[in-house]
Ligand binder design. Sequence first.
Ligand code: 5AD
Ligand code: SF4
Length: 446
Amino acid sequence: MSETAPLKRLYIKTYGCQMNVYDSERMADVLAPLGYGMTDSPEGADLVVLNTCHIREKATEKVYSELGQIKRLKETKRAEGGAMTIAVAGCVAQAEGEEILRRQPAVDLVVGPQAYHQLPELIARAHRARGERLAAAFAPEEKFDALSVERRPTGVTAFLTVQEGCDKFCTFCVVPYTRGGEWSRPAETIEAEARSLAEKGVREVTLLGQNVNAYAGEGGLAGLVRRLATIPGLDRIRYTTSHPRDMDEALIAAHAEVEALMPYLHLPVQAGSDRILKAMNRAHTADSYLRLIEKIRAARPDIAISGDFIVGFPGERDADFEATLQLVREVGHASAFSFKYSRRPGTPAAAMPGQVAEEVKDERLARLNALLDEQRLAFNAAQVGRTLPVLFEKLGRHPGQIIGRSPYLQSVHVAAPDRLIGEIVPVRIESSASNSLAGALDLETV
Ligand code: 5AD
Ligand code: SF4
């Protein structure tokens, strides 16, 4: 690839999940050969891409308000004799592409998550005529065939998509409609991409998939983890997001046996009431989830458990919500994400009776968050006095400070020389807060 200065400026704004972060990086990769270089402000950019999220109503609405602002920047640029192309990518583009073009005429093109490898061609077409809308069929294999396995990582950690889509059809969720059915990349190309990352200094990869533990390539996810763990330099492997249904014995065993597999598991349970779990079509009960956690902890006792929760699902009564709190108390979470149920058009739950009032959702969310905060604080406090291997990733805010991650994904702040960035170093944990730990190096390390 030519190293000449970029001729055109590209601004990408990413919303939503880590898969979108990965996709944005790959969009930059496919646009680089056309002379697009990244800029960190939309002002004066030649191409603006909004990589959008459709999971909750708020995320979707943000896109339209952002587009209003970008439109003004486009007008300013035009008044100065320049031109700006605006592209909407991601799940909102997939779900309501035509609506976007109708609501915001400044948008030049929309492109779904399985079609962004065609951005160069689409941009060329949009320059000729506005409103080119790709019929975004679900064809992840075509996208991955078109993307190079060569990566240009920007740090010592990286995301790597191994699986896309979802066949689970939880009744609240748009993902099966926006990302399509479950599809897994072949292990060979994943390995090639991981090797490319490791050769360029990446020490930790997070394998991504909407249902990553449903990975159906050879050997399943456990096989893939074992395969990637042999790559020189790749010392840490994580994966997200998992469904309890696909947490098989082989993957649990990998947590006991594969040193590179980090002791952190994001395993959403969503709710603690069996009646609500059934209405959500989750295919697990509170009890089966707890038994699964027990099994995982038997394999890896120190594993940090994380999850997602929805409060105020249609029909959720006080007793159901209490069951969620009870389940949280029994699990003991290291971290978690909790959301108010958001009614998504076209999903079965949107039409269910018993929609819960906003004030009730607010109150339940506050109570759940208070409990989860308490658990996170306790988990962090339990690390004080231990010595943990920390992968240093970046400079801290204070001079002489660098920041890394513990095996449990906690941020760790340490006074240490910046030459340790990219290294995994033992750190004695001295104090904890709600979102981070602080510690010191052993004297021999300095
Ligand atoms: N409302 C609220 N939260 C939702 N999630 C998915 N769909 C909805 C919705 N309609 C949450 C789930 C999922 C996470 C990614 O987002 O908890 O695990
Ligand atoms: Fe959505 Fe459920 Fe699939 Fe997760 S498992 S992406 S929540 S439908």
